[in-house]
Design a protein around this ligand. Structure first.
Ligand code: F6P
Length: 359
């Protein structure tokens, strides 16, 4: 009898921990005497004739602790199922059919899709078209519904916290206001967690619109109280009360968030007279090796994905809940973005510590 074959792909923006999932899938599948086929560059690898390779314990050895993805990925291309926050797009039926045909030709029993909300939307459409799919949630933004945490998030927070630690010393030496702009799209998880861990004085997140005057008043009060430097963490998607978000539209017509840190820098300098600098952390947050937590979460997700295939629980996504890895319907994970609750315990804790949210 032929060996059972499963496919796997990594899709969307990369993040630390993807290789840990791949390695875990290969090890767990090999234990069951299954073969693993990896598609290159996300769903694009499914287009005929299929750009793929066999993943073995030997050729995935040593990748668990390495950032990025050995399979490559893309957040563009034929399978883009998300236009912007919350807006979904239908994949053309011809593209879906081509992907199914490739999987049939390869005789795949199931496919594991490792990706964020856009990729889970694509995975769901493939599942609804008849492909047995299992989802594995990833994103540094931690904005996927139906899982308490995604791998990649802890590594991004660690990177941003390290940046804040470094900025603290130079801010104090020069008595400056230092602004760190972090990623996260329309969710403020990275800003909030790194702001707490890195001792920021002001944290600006999309979920709590900010008022520039309040920020300026706080900096002045801090100065008068003898605190000559102020640390601000701002999420790239932070907005004002009238909903304005700093962004540009690229030549492809896509919205790219960015610019809020620079705007704050100019306004704060103008209104307080204090020297102010901005640091845009950018893709450093997505690069480098995964933290221990992301390695372990990634490995647990990979093993669970193989177990779900063995149980024929297709259309499900692995999910982290109450310290356990469980499973939820993919459909449940793509309704909304998971955002920071302005009334939640994390924000309450930050406020109790004297952190200003600019509201
Ligand atoms: O979703 C992950 C993320 O890093 C966001 O935080 C950020 O807005 C976006 O991707 C950047 O995308 P790109 O790598 O295409 O510039």
């Amino acid at each position: 009898m032929n060996k059972k074959k499963i496919g796997v792909l990594t899709s969307g923006g990369d993040c630390p921990g993807l290789n840990a999932v791949l390695r875990a899938i290969v090890c767990a599948a090999t234990e069951l005497d299954w073969e693993v086929i990896g598609f290159r560059d996300g769903f694009e690898g499914m287009l005929p004739p299929g750009d793929c390779c066999t993943l073995t314990e030997a050729n995935t050895s040593g990748i668990m602790q390495v950032g990025g993805t050995i399979l490559g990925t893309t957040n563009r291309g034929h399978f883009t199922a998300k236009v912007d926050a919350g807006k979904k797009k239908k994949i053309p039926p011809t593209i879906i059919e081509q992907a199914l045909e490739t999987c049939r030709k390869l005789d795949l029993y199931a496919v594991v899709v490792i990706g964020g909300d856009g990729s889970m939307n694509t995975a769901l459409q493939l599942y609804q078209a008849g492909l047995p799919v299992i989802g594995v949630p990833k994103t540094i933004d931690n904005d996927l519904e139906a899982t308490a945490m995604t791998f990649g998030f802890d590594s991004a927070v660690t990177c941003a916290t390290d940046a804040l630690d470094r900025l603290h010393t130079t801010a104090a030496s020069h008595k400056r206001v230092m602004i760190l702009q972090v990623m996260g799209r329309h969710a403020g998880w990275i800003a909030l967690w790194s702001g707490l861990a890195g001792g920021a004085n002001i944290v600006l997140i999309p979920e709590i619109p900010f008022n520039l005057e309040k920020i300026i008043a706080t900096i002045r009060q801090r100065d008068q109280a003898g605190y000559k430097s102020t640390m601000i963490v701002v999420a790239e998607g932070a907005k004002t009360a009238n909903g304005h978000q700093w962004h540009h539209v690229n030549p492809q017509g896509e919205w790219r968030l960015g610019g809020v840190g620079e705007m704050l820098c100019q306004e704060i300098e103008k209104h307080t007279g204090k020297e102010t600098r901005t640091c845009v952390l950018g893709h450093l947050q997505r690069g480098g090796d995964p933290t221990n937590l992301d390695r372990i979460l990634g490995m647990r997700f990979g093993v669970k994905a193989v177990q779900l295939i063995a149980q024929k629980k297709f259309g499900m996504m692995v999910s982290y809940q109450n310290y356990d890895v469980q499973d939820v319907p993919i459909a449940q994970a793509v309704h909304h973005l998971k955002k920071v609750s302005p009334d939640g315990q994390m924000v309450e804790t930050a406020r109790a510590l004297g952190i200003l949210f600019g509201d």
